[in-house]
Design a protein around this ligand. Structure first.
Ligand code: NAD
Length: 357
């Protein structure tokens, strides 16, 4: 076995069905008594159920969490937290709400309890992306990592089937890039394979029957493992491309990850034979071919594959290719403009991924 380094990201995880009811114990464990509850406007009911579980013992509810964590919203939430004397933050929602929780926690030192309701994985990472004057900046700091994560399968039952599918593929993308990360290690490798296996089995079941408790449970478990991969090792071309495309052309996060993933893997395939084999083994119906496995999975999930459906224009393909090659980063295969442009064109058009990039 090759030498490796492994850093565990210390956070406490409470997993299961109905685990929201354990929140009072977690609050007592942290010795706080006046948490501020965060959500999007869309999830106000779930924020209210947090307040109910705590028998009204909250500093308040702030329901303005927004995609890309704009700093003016964070400032508003900070003012409210201070005025209400909050001594902790509880974020209930997806990556957008968790981002706001991280932004408050890193500025104030308040403990952060996360209750994730999507599969995006932000709760497992020490990474925060924030937007100021339209510019998104990402930073990493161990203090950003939320200290407590409560995964309650019941709260994911309301995630619509289409969003469950793309959010789940977003999670698989973390695991896939962890398989070939420069600083990967055997522990993360195990989590990546197990997480992919769980999500690839559960997501088609959820699309068929969004009320399946067992499929929801398996998917959330997979999302936890994949989020851990994202928080532990470096990501490369897939995540960089999604960041470029999402940020430059205002494209939706999980849907962009879903459209890009099979093509990003095709691009790297010649340089990552071992990861391709491991990925193929984790994907049902792959017949030993990871690209085929992803194509079949996306077909079963009935997801939109072309970014043109989300408003990306054909002339943006060249712009995106220019941006993609302008910031050098490590990738298993050198990032070259001609094949990258073709990759982006295929993603824009929604073509099936194939190995000839
Ligand atoms: P999101 O948090 O933006 O949620 C999308 C919508 O779904 C929101 O309206 C939300 O209220 C709603 N929703 C969430 N859970 C629901 C549920 N169970 N039932 C019904 N509606 C529900 O989406 P996301 O994909 O989870 O997060 C995307 C954001 O998170 C992006 O800004 C991305 O950059 C960030 N992110 C950050 C990290 C990190 O490590 N820092 C990791 C992953 C994603």
């Amino acid at each position: 076995m090759d030498s490796f380094e492994y850093n565990s990201n210390p956070s406490r995880v409470v997993f299961g069905s109905g685990t929201l009811q354990k929140l009072p114990d977690e609050i007592a464990r942290l010795q706080v008594n006046s948490p501020l509850v965060l959500s999007t406007p869309h999830q106000i009911n779930q924020a209210n159920s947090v307040k109910d579980v705590l028998q009204g013992q909250v500093a308040g509810i702030f329901t303005e969490a927004t995609m890309h964590t704009p700093t003016h919203i964070t400032d508003k939430a900070l003012e409210y937290a201070k005025a209400q004397g909050a001594d902790a933050v509880i974020s209930i929602g997806g990556g957008s709400t968790i981002g706001l929780g991280k932004a408050i926690s890193i500025r104030t030192g308040l403990p952060h309890i996360c209750i994730p309701t999507t599969y995006a994985g932000s709760e497992m990472t020490p990474i925060l992306g924030e937007t100021e004057n339209g510019l998104k900046k990402t930073r990493s700091d161990p203090k950003i990592l939320p200290g407590t994560v409560i995964y309650d399968v019941d709260l994911t039952m309301t995630l619509p089937a289409a969003m469950s599918a793309t959010s789940g593929v977003n999670a698989i993308a973390h695991a896939v890039e962890a398989l070939y990360a420069r600083n990967t290690n055997p522990i993360i490798n195990m989590m990546a394979i197990e997480g992919t296996r769980a999500l690839a089995a559960a997501l088609p079941e959820i699309v068929e029957d969004p009320t399946s408790q067992s499929a929801r449970s398996k998917a959330l478990y997979g999302a936890w493992l994949c989020g851990t991969c994202l928080g532990s090792v470096g990501m490369s071309i897939h995540h960089k491309l999604c960041h470029t495309l999402g940020g430059s052309f205002n494209l939706p996060h999980a849907e962009t990850h879903t459209a890009v993933l099979p093509h990003a893997i095709s691009y790297n395939a010649p340089n990552i034979p071992e990861a391709m084999k491991q990925l193929a083994d984790a994907l049902p119906d792959s017949d030993g071919d990871a690209i085929r496995g992803l194509n079949v999975l996306l077909a079963k999930l009935k997801v939109e594959r072309g970014l043109k459906a989300f408003g990306m224009k054909e002339e943006d393909v060249d712009k995106a290719a220019d941006i993609a090659v302008s910031n050098p980063y490590w990738n298993p295969r050198a990032v070259e403009r001609t094949p990258i442009r073709e990759l982006i064109r295929r993603v824009w058009a929604g073509e099936q991924a194939s190995a000839n990039l």
